[in-house]
Design a protein around this ligand. Structure first.
Ligand code: VAH
Length: 319
């Protein structure tokens, strides 16, 4: 976020009156390499940025007096396996650009990691913050690299690097992005349109998941946590873990006719089977007071009502 003064940065994070769960932030410049949906342009400044173009990034930082850089550019697990060379460029070379820029411009840096940073030899139920990490995807390898590089630069140069390992993030406002957890977003759209979802994972595949509202709030609260409270640079954050069968059963409480068929895809099932079943986030709870607010019931209710309203407003049929 761009800030003109310390006071301004403290005032820039406020809870909205109508929904204390959503922390809004001012002085934020959103960026991407492609056009954003119209509502993003209405929410505040939006600029073009290419994580592989160091000069472009430096100009944005210098011209806008950026102080925090929140770095989300990455190819996710499934698309990464389909294009390893591109995933390595975006997820690793892009990361190095961001790290170099953070050091050069004295930025504070948030980089997300993921349940995908663990592998089949990691403890899975639960996975702690510190354990063996030998992921079997380029996505996971690149995120372990990000965690280690950020921690190294913190200890060597004092870089304020902060990292949260996200579960599968469930949002009504973004389409699935080529990840292994995509089914957990698509099932809501299918439930409200065709009434049928074909799941590419086995019915009993349990994965850590989180509502986007908790993800945003965790990130903002962690960014504001006093340095002296942080015993780690990278933390797991948890909210819930569910299987396709469990989320389908919860959706049927609202839409009884939902039909789910299971057609496991070997690539995505193998990736899912190598990831944690549950996260241990006790360090985040202790160090900076992390606490989730959305469970499975709240997530399903919010996703169905939000997608229903978006479809209705767009004049699309809903089942
Ligand atoms: C993926 N949604 O499935 C992403 C995420 C928790 C996994 O990083 O690849």
């Amino acid at each position: 976020p761009r800030q003109n003064s310390r006071r301004n940065s403290q005032d820039s994070i406020q809870s909205t009156a109508e929904n204390p769960r959503i922390l809004i932030t001012e002085n934020v410049i959103l960026s991407d390499i492609k056009k954003a949906p119209p509502e993003v342009y209405r929410s505040g400044p939006f600029v073009y940025a290419d994580v592989l173009d160091y000069k472009n990034l430096r100009e944005l930082v210098v011209n806008n007096r950026i102080t925090w850089l929140v770095h989300y550019s990455a190819l996710l697990s499934v698309v990464g396996e389909a294009n390893v060379a591109l995933a390595r460029k975006i997820n690793i070379t892009g990361l190095h650009n961001v790290l170099d820029l953070a050091l050069e411009s004295c930025l504070r840096l948030f980089v997300p990691s993921t349940i995908g940073a663990f592998g089949p030899s990691s403890p899975r139920d639960p996975a702690p913050d510190l354990c063996v990490q030998r992921p079997h995807t380029i996505y996971g390898v690149s995120k372990v690299h990000a965690e280690l590089m950020g921690e190294y630069l913190h200890h060597k140069y004092g870089l304020d690097f902060r990292c949260l390992r996200y579960p599968g993030i469930i949002s009504a406002n973004t389409q699935p992005g080529g990840g292994t957890t995509d089914y957990a977003v698509q099932i809501f759209h299918d439930a409200l349109s065709t009434g049928h979802h074909e799941c590419y994972l086995r019915a009993d595949t349990r994965l850590p998941m989180m509502h986007i509202g908790d993800c945003h709030r965790a990130t903002v609260e962690f960014m504001h946590a006093p340095e002296c409270q942080l015993s780690l640079r990278t933390y797991n954050i948890a909210a819930m873990s569910f299987t396709p069968e469990e989320v389908s059963t919860e959706i049927r409480k609202h839409l009884p006719h939902l039909k789910v068929t299971y057609n496991p895809d070997s690539v995505r099932q193998t990736i899912a089977d190598s990831w944690p079943v549950r996260f241990d986030d006790s360090n985040a709870q202790r160090d900076w007071g992390w606490k989730s607010t959305y469970g499975l019931e709240e997530l399903v209710s919010d996703m169905l009502s939000t997608i229903h309203d978006k479809k209705t407003n767009a004049g699309l049929p809903v089942s």
